[in-house]
Ligand binder design. Sequence first.
Ligand code: GLA
Length: 584
Amino acid sequence: MPEFAIGETDFLLDGQPFRILSGALHYFRVHPDLWADRIDKARRMGLNTIETYVPWNAHAPEPGTFDLSGGLDLDRFLRLVAEAGMYAIVRPGPYICAEWDNGGLPAWLLRDPSVGVRRYEPKYLAAVREYLTRVYEVVAPHQIDRGGPVLLVQVENEYGAFGDDKRYLEALAEHTRASGITVPLTTVDQPTPEMLEAGSIDGVHRTASFGSGAEERLAILRAHQPTGPLMCSEFWNGWFDHWGAHHHTTSAADAAAGLDALLAAGASVNLYMFHGGTNFGLTNGANDKGVYQPLVTSYDYDAPLDEAGDPTPKYHAFRDVIARYHKVPDSVPPPARPAPTSEGPLRDPVRLLDAPAEWGTWEFHEELPVFDALTPMPRLALLRTTVTGDRPGVLAFGEVRDRATVFFDGERVGTLQRDHHERALALPRARGELLVLVEDQGRVDYGPRIGEAKGIIGGASLHGAPLTGWDVLPVDLDKVPSLRPTAATTVDGPVAGPVLLRADVDFAAPADLFLDTGEWGKGLAWFNGFPLGRYWRRGPQRTLYVPRPVVRAGANELVVLELDTMLDPAARFVPRPLLGHTEA
Ligand code: GLA
């Protein structure tokens, strides 16, 4: 069996110096029928390794579950990497950051406030061990010394940016070894002396994450990792986008020069990302450094392969750089072709406020509960109470996470947004039925706010007095796309949400598509039942990517849940992605 080890100056593959040329490709952000295509394109760019995180909360949506089916079939993903003649790096976290909801930590685990987050705490560690055991059952047989592709396994993720609990890191490394992982272990940290110090433990190889300044940053890494190969485990060749901000791009020439500097220094590298993919469904994370900023649906990342898997100028620039140091395959993937276009009306509205009981089940709560106190934990919920005052008053919430639309006797009176720190509005009359639609827009994935609760935090008040006695309806988003009106109906714009609409769309053959959401407000879309993700007029993202494997020749069905106001109720598919304005 082949052997992979860390030598005095290099990685050693069967005793010979070996440079890792890796690209990040998250299986959970790419349709499983497209994994092989993306892996093959990585190989053709000159890479020899594929790196992936493992998202705990996707595999374990409920306690005691571990889903390895379909798009979560990590075993199949690793087999495809091996079949392409490539190696693999696995980063199972348990915390992964990755602009992923809650940085991968399951929300159900942290609903008990006594559970520690990313530290040596028995309840947290017990759950982590159970999770890692399941992951390593899949990964261990794929290690290189058992004939598989896996070269390295990473412990935690940029831990030095969060904590300094060495006992916790030691426990993770010990459990990894006890689970049959025999390949070298690594940590990754942003290359500052403090973070490298706090995030590393003896016996685990230190690596760094950065997007420029290779020489200086490798020197800092070298001071903390005096022997063995230098590795940039995340070479940030692009960046991610938030709703309401601009679309990030980086110049292919600058990124290629950065890669060149790494290779010239003799370092190993993992491109973050080789291919970003998509935050399908409700999987996006968020940042919060005083202002909450949820991630958009596209995780294009301005990577060498774009969101639809087509090569960009960066792909060719990187391939040219790699070719100066290593042999690269001759053939390159073809350029993107325009996607098929189509247009049709959205119809058959089903309005949430007309018959909420079709959308979920009402439950009574004396005190307004946070989402995390409900089972199953909703992402969207309707709250209802009756107001019987003697004068109109101000409705106030402790805190809104992350967006609340308020209706009074069926009339929309306003929206409160977390990113604007809004939490109060005036009700127009003294008496009436109050309905509040609350949306979780994605959990923070970086910093001290990971694991925080969602929904209305700290209850509600009217005239400053607590407002109690609430009916709560967690919206069942698995069931919603199949709701239908009693009779077929057409609609003209604008259409006020919350409302479900559908359209039939025909295509001659399966193809990648770009759904234009620019005339819509804010909501979610499904294509033939596949959850495309969130859209928002705020941008910068204006189109949603529809992966080819979910498209059928002939009739297809698009379902849209509009939470705000749709200007033009039409389904439009356009030739190219529109990810929004850049900074320049
Ligand atoms: C860090 C994290 C990654 C990702 C990048 C930014 O390096 O380790 O998971 O969040 O930042 O894209």
